[in-house]
Design a binder for this molecule. Sequence first.
Ligand code: DAT
Ligand code: MG
Length: 138
Amino acid sequence: MATEQTLVLVKPDGVARGLTGAILARIEAKGYALVDLRLVEPDRARLEQHYAEHAGKPFYEPLLDFMMSGPSVAIRLAGNRVIEGFRSLAGTTDPTTAAPGTIRGDFGRDWGLAVQQNLVHGSDSPESAARELSIWFA
Ligand code: DAT
Ligand code: MG
């Protein structure tokens, strides 16, 4: 299986902190292809779809509020094993313990808030990628 596609989001903290360029530079340096890219201000309905798997969890409402706090950059990204590869570039969910060298490890920290403001989202499987790309690039 060769080229696949994934959904990447530079979340509101990444855009607000002026890190979009630095994050895109890492994606491009890795050799992945930008297929489509847009600045988006998602409404609650779109975020409920996107984060359906987390409905009811303690961080769900704060997560939706955070994602509505400012614009995000949505990216349709392509490459060989890009789903796994971008998750590796991003680092693990908690920015405090994400490995140095990753986006979350280098730029993220724990702000003591109800949600991990961890700069980026990346789809976690081919099924998620197809579902999420249809939500953000309808
Ligand atoms: P990921 O974004 O690494 O795929 P996830 O899908 O488990 O992580 O969670 C989605 C987002 O929700 C995550 O980026 C930040 C927030 N989140 C997840 N677990 C959390 C927790 N235990 N406390 C606070 N926020 C959390
Ligand atoms: Mg996830």
